[in-house]
Design a protein around this ligand. Structure first.
Ligand code: UFG
Length: 320
């Protein structure tokens, strides 16, 4: 297939672009490089540096089989401070993209949605029919886009899939996580192991969980990318289907830090800090729907494997 990948210079976008190329697809990346890195885009992709809202119409005129839409503002804390950046950057941009998709009759769309659309869950593991009550602006914008996609699928026959990511981690060889502003747990802990930080702060140890720290469902970025390939194959015209992507197992902040200690051999000093606003205690996915309907089977579910791949990537980048 000939595929347009928005945000292909970012973490998940670049891994998916690499995976799509490996599977024999033709990939065009569009990215404004506001948070991504040009050198993260896999060799073999055509790259267009542009604002997606402005460029989508012209790009899609060149008959594509599908769009994978990763480009987004994705910092939860920032989304609470600067809502315009998120409503405009995520929702307005996605609407422009959807209009270009409609105008040029692009048949398929796979969208990066998020577990943050659910907010504080009533039941764990979280299924796709759980209530969507996002607790932050980031999640609210992603949910709004999900609703817009449903409308476009119903009205214009688009074959659409939203993938709701839980905590994406790990690396796919030379493609990994390198945010300029890092807020995610595993990369922060690995920065301590590399000597770039003194210690890691654990945001709260009085949560209603077994060891008092927050529990999350970590998913390997390669397994996540593979779900996108399956979503492209299974998308049905006129239908918008939503799938959660996680491993169905939760790990606490303390367990993650312990795993990082084991993998890196570094003591990784950790101290308890106040809770971070907006954090739910436990987020664990039920990915049964993706397993059943997409035949998705995560092959790298082991946390040690996820951390090891992230560590290899981080170390090689810092040596090189
Ligand atoms: N944490 C710490 N110390 C840190 C960083 C994080 O204790 O220095 C904790 C957080 O409080 C949380 C856990 O580690 O309990 C994981 O935090 P991350 O920031 O790595 O990930 P989140 O669970 O907050 O959010 C991630 C993505 C969101 C997405 C969400 C869905 O960043 O975009 O997963 O589950 F919406």
């Amino acid at each position: 297939m000939k595929l347009l990948v928005t945000g292909g210079a970012g973490y998940v976008g670049s891994v998916c672009a690499a995976r799509l190329l490996e599977a024999g697809h033709e990939v065009v990346v569009v990215d404004d490089l506001s948070t991504g890195h040009a050198d993260a885009i896999p060799d073999g992709c055509k790259f267009v540096e542009a604002d997606i809202a402005e460029a989508a119409g012209d790009l899609l005129a060149d008959s594509f089989d599908g769009v994978l839409h990763f480009a987004a503002k994705s910092l939860v804390g920032e989304s609470m401070q600067e809502p315009f950046k998120y409503w405009h950057g995520n929702v307005v941009t996605s609407l422009r993209l959807l209009e270009a998709v409609r105008e040029h009759g692009t048949p398929r769309l796979v969208f990066s949605s998020t577990a943050a659309t659910y907010g504080e869950p009533e039941n764990v593991p979280i299924t796709e029919d759980a209530p969507t009550r996002p607790t932050n602006t980031y999640g609210a914008t992603k949910l709004a886009i999900d609703h817009a996609i449903s409308s476009y699928a119903a009205a214009h026959g688009l074959a659409a899939v939203s993938l709701r990511y839980f905590n994406v981690a790990g690396a796919h060889g030379a493609f990994g996580e390198r945010h300029t502003v890092e807020t995610h747990l595993i990369p922060i802990v690995l920065q301590v192991a590399l000597g770039q930080r003194e210690q890691v702060q654990m945001f709260g140890d009085d949560w209603p969980t077994e060891d008092g720290t927050c529990v999350r469902d970590y998913i390997h970025v390669t397994d996540l990318a593979d779900a996108h390939l399956l979503a492209l194959e299974h998308a049905q015209p006129g239908t918008h289907r939503v799938y959660n992507l996680g491993n169905g197992t939760g790990f606490s902040v303390k367990q993650v830090i312990d795993t990082c200690r084991k993998v890196t051999g570094h003591p990784i000093p950790a101290l308890v800090a106040p809770r971070r606003a907006g954090d739910p205690a436990t987020l664990v996915a039920s990915s049964q729907r993706a397993r059943e309907e997409l035949s998705w089977e995560p092959a790298r579910a082991d946390l040690e494997r996820i951390v090891r791949d992230a560590w290899e990537f981080t170390r090689s980048r810092n040596q090189g």
